[in-house]
Ligand binder design. Structure first.
Ligand code: 4AD
Ligand code: MG
Length: 447
């Protein structure tokens, strides 16, 4: 029987007759030869249809094939280094074609389409080489994340998506009706992770999180995926070591496993090669000093070369500040000890300096901004209660969270890595919306 193969495995079958199932990306050629660029989800290659081999009838049918027509091809695999495709370098001499469906005229053509058109047609746009490559990087990143954590004893414990209270501030909550009671889509799984560490030591959750972000930016989605590790008996310094090991593994694994995809995306991987521990660390105070100096020097920042705006101590950084700070280093940068006022209620204050907290954001190079937010958590129940009151959060909703600190409280820390931010950085794309199959952005819920 003829083996049915996937195009990614084509090099194992040189000289053999095989079957491939897929879709036609492009058809070229004239006279008695047609070149069919076929993709099957695992890769793409060129299938050569030759009239004397196929016979006049079948060849006439081949010539009627439209873009995205679905096919079952039988033929002999040949190595030819000039043959286009992914992996490339192999082609098929077709002996037989079964046409599954002749596709209707396909709306996405090789000409340039506007972004709104492409987003309206996201269900089809996913088939293009570029989107395919990004999605492959995403799945590789997910796998690397899980491998690293699973191999180091982190237990995956899933946290709820329907929640009774805010995890990350009240301004970005999606409220829903939970049988007559208001509930919210999870902004984070962290609070539940903190319960889970007391049972399991080191845990992570990895799932969709929701933020009703009111402004349109390249870096914000309404629904994004976040992996959140949480560790008992862990202080900030140890947390940063875990983060730099983790991020380095994810980056190096992706470089290794997705070389073809990154090449297709024309990603310059020079700076990514540097992503190895240790990462530089600066405090928020030092970062503010650097920004003051840069403003004095008239520094401008990409992508629009706008002048860097100054900052007042206590304010959070804007995207241009993050871009500037990260550009001063050759690998991701930790900024630690942010002002307590610009961070979430649960962060442990720095002893002797309660106006700053034991937090760290990780800023990616090349303008990709914050990919990780993390901190040491408050471990004292009374301090936590005071912080909740100060931020005017509904105390009852956090009763259980405070109670965690009454039974064997320990220093503990954790972080959240944004998947789409990480994938955007690794693939070098300019907007988060291409880093997820069906992006949810301000003003767009379809398809
Ligand atoms: O800094 P954030 O808000 O931290 C938390 O949610 C913590 N509870 C995490 C933790 O300590 N367990 O978000 C973490 C990361 C950001 O660094 C960013 O990468 C990503 O989540 N992120 C977003 N990604 C896409 N769209 C948005 N609207 C995002 N908001 C945050
Ligand atoms: Mg953050």
């Amino acid at each position: 029987m003829t083996p049915l193969i996937r195009i990614c495995d084509v090099k194992e079958y040189i000289g053999e007759t095989v079957q491939v199932r897929g879709w036609l990306q492009r058809r070229t050629g004239k006279g008695k030869i047609n070149f069919l660029r076929v993709r099957d989800g695992s890769g793409s290659f060129q299938a050569v249809a030759f009239r004397p081999t196929l016979g006049d009838d079948l060849f006439a049918q081949v010539k009627s094939l439209t873009t995205e027509s679905s096919l079952l091809l039988t033929g002999v695999i040949k190595a030819d280094e000039r043959a286009p495709g992914i992996p490339g370098g192999y082609e098929m001499d077709v002996c037989d074609i079964e046409i599954v469906q002749i596709a209707e005229p396909y709306p996405i053509t090789p000409k340039e389409h506007g972004i709104e058109f492409l987003l309206d047609n996201r269900h089809l746009w996913l088939r293009s080489n570029r989107q395919w490559a990004i999605a492959r990087v995403r799945t590789t990143v997910i796998r690397a994340i899980r491998d690293w954590l699973d191999d180091r004893g982190f237990m995956n414990v899933d946290t709820p998506i329907l929640t009774p209270a805010a995890g990350e501030g009240t301004t970005t909550l999606f409220e829903i009706d939970y049988h007559g009671v208001p509930a919210f889509l999870a902004q984070t799984g962290q609070l539940y992770n903190e319960a889970n560490i007391f049972a399991f030591g080191k845990v992570y959750c990895f799932g969709p999180t929701f933020r009703a972000e009111k402004s349109k930016t390249r870096r914000h989605l309404q629904e994004f995926w976040m992996v959140e590790p949480e560790i008992a008996f862990c202080k900030l310094e140890e947390l940063l070591q875990i983060e730099e090991q983790f991020v380095s593994y994810v980056v190096q694994t992706t470089l290794q496993k997705c070389a073809a995809e990154l090449q297709l995306l024309e990603r310059d991987t020079g700076l990514l090669q540097n992503v190895k521990p240790p990462f530089p660390r600066i405090s928020y105070d030092e970062a503010v000093e650097k920004i003051h100096a840069a403003v004095q020097a008239g520094v401008t920042v990409p992508p629009n070369d706008e002048a860097l705006a100054d900052i007042v101590w206590g304010e959070d950084f804007g995207a241009p500040h993050e871009t500037y700070l990260a550009s001063q280093f050759d690998r991701p940068l930790f900024v630690t000890h942010y002002p307590t006022v610009c961070k979430a209620f649960y962060m442990e204050p720095e002893p002797g300096r309660p106006e700053v907290c034991r937090s760290a954001d990780l800023l990616a190079p090349e303008g990709y901004g914050e990919i990780i937010g993390g901190s040491e958590r408050m471990s004292d129940p009374d301090m936590l209660l005071a912080a909740i009151e100060k931020q005017k959060l509904p105390q009852e909703a956090y009763h259980w969270y405070i109670e965690l600190r009454r039974y064997g409280s320990v220093p503990h820390s954790g972080f959240g890595l944004g998947l789409e931010r990480t994938v955007s950085w690794l693939t070098g794309i300019s907007h988060l919306r291409e880093a997820i199959a069906f992006p949810r952005t301000l003003g767009r819920l379809t398809p």
